[in-house]
Design a protein around this ligand. Structure first.
Ligand SMILES: Cc1cc2nc3c(=O)[nH]c(=O)nc-3n(C[C@H](O)[C@H](O)[C@H](O)COP(=O)(O)OP(=O)(O)OC[C@H]3O[C@@H](n4cnc5c(N)ncnc54)[C@H](O)[C@@H]3O)c2cc1C
Length: 311
């Protein structure tokens, strides 16, 4: 039992908060220990009550989406993990296109397929990107020349300091695989829902484009348990090329493997620990810095590794 849990009156928890939730099954790397506390607040009121609990017991807080861009430590997360928002989404058409409204936990790739099928353009690039719409906005997910910042109209957010917030694209401060939410101190800013602007398109053409993207993914990126690209591409270059250039394609640590197909992917071949993956991450960073003088920045977020390590 965690020290925080010991300090709870009679060990009783507020409604909706549970204890010791394993996180490995909630991530695509399938590694990592449990969250000391866990909740799925669907709206701002429920989130505020979760955050009050965390503040009262001085617990760190982590927002979790689909867990497709996170490395959770083997020791887990010694605080409260919240999965915010609903999985619902709907599209309303207007004279200049359509407005997609989605809860932060709506699955990005499924929404992209659904909107293309209905003849709405704007999310074709998201074919094959796992995770939630909320996680995609926080990390400004993108592929094939598209990114979510290009279609974002607004969002419903929550800040530990300011409470409920209506966020414009300017408030979200998008950058390459980043946003103001991603840059905020962990556990202080949350997304509950988003609005995306889509344009009218031809359903058959949109679906054909997505099939083409899916085919490209099948040939260029490896199957298996991963978090997609581990590092951001440095300006004008590709992290995968640099990792290959220093001879680390195929490098192993325990059951973790630098993919022989795409060197910016680390695959859990079954039974890898977060420690194995982290050891490979560090080996890559130091080798690329030492041999090529390039500092690789993490695209995935480290959770439970301690504050002194890079995000
Ligand atoms: C096979 C594979 C292929 C991939 N391909 C791509 C690709 O082509 N392009 C790309 O950009 N990414 C890619 N990714 C990475 C990943 O899918 C995306 O970054 C995705 O958008 C992350 O969403 P998520 O819901 O899983 O977020 P998570 O991994 O759960 O979280 C990511 C970050 O967002 C924060 N967060 C999540 N939800 C909220 C919320 N509601 N409020 C506040 N903060 C929140 C978390 O705290 C964390 O900091 C790939 C991953 C895999 C496994």
């Amino acid at each position: 039992m965690t020290p925080a849990a010991l300090s709870l009156p009679n060990g009783r928890l507020p409604p909706g908060i549970t204890r010791d939730r394993p996180l490995a099954p909630l991530t695509t790397w399938k590694v990592g220990g449990p969250a000391a506390f866990f909740a799925t607040p669907v709206d701002a009121v429920a989130l505020a009550s979760c955050l009050a609990f965390a503040t009262r017991h001085r617990l760190p807080v982590l927002a979790l989406g689909g867990g497709t861009n996170l490395l959770v430590a083997d020791t887990g997360f010694p605080g409260l993990v919240v999965r915010c928002g609903t999985r619902n989404w709907s599209v309303g058409s207007g004279p200049n296109g359509a407005l997609l409204r989605a809860g932060a936990r709506a699955p990005l790739a499924a929404v992209a397929r659904g909107t293309a099928l209905a003849g709405w353009a704007g999310l074709e690039w998201a074919e094959g990107i796992p995770g939630t719409i909320g996680g995609a906005v926080v990390g400004n997910a993108g592929a094939f020349g598209g990114e979510i910042a290009a279609v974002l109209r607004g969002a419903a957010g929550y800040s530990l300091v300011c409470g409920e917030q209506t966020l414009s694209p300017a408030n979200l401060g998008f950058s390459y695989r980043g946003s103001a939410l991603r840059d905020a101190p962990p556990g202080t800013r949350f997304l509950l829902a988003v609005e995306l602007a889509l344009l009218a398109g031809d359903a058959r053409e949109l679906q054909a484009k997505m099939r083409e993207y899916a085919a490209q993914r099948r040939t260029r990126t490896p199957a298996g348990a991963s978090c997609g690209s581990v590092f951001k591409n440095p300006p004008g270059d590709h992290a995968g090329r640099l990792i290959e250039a220093v001879g680390l394609k195929g490098a192993e640590e325990g059951a973790a493997l630098v993919s022989p197909i795409h060197a910016n992917y680390i695959i859990n071949r079954g039974g890898a620990t977060a420690r194995d993956i982290f050891a490979l991450v560090e080996r890559i960073r130091w080798t690329v810095l030492d041999r090529l003088g390039v500092t690789l920045e993490l695209e995935v977020r480290l959770v439970g590794f301690g504050e002194s390590l890079p995000r």
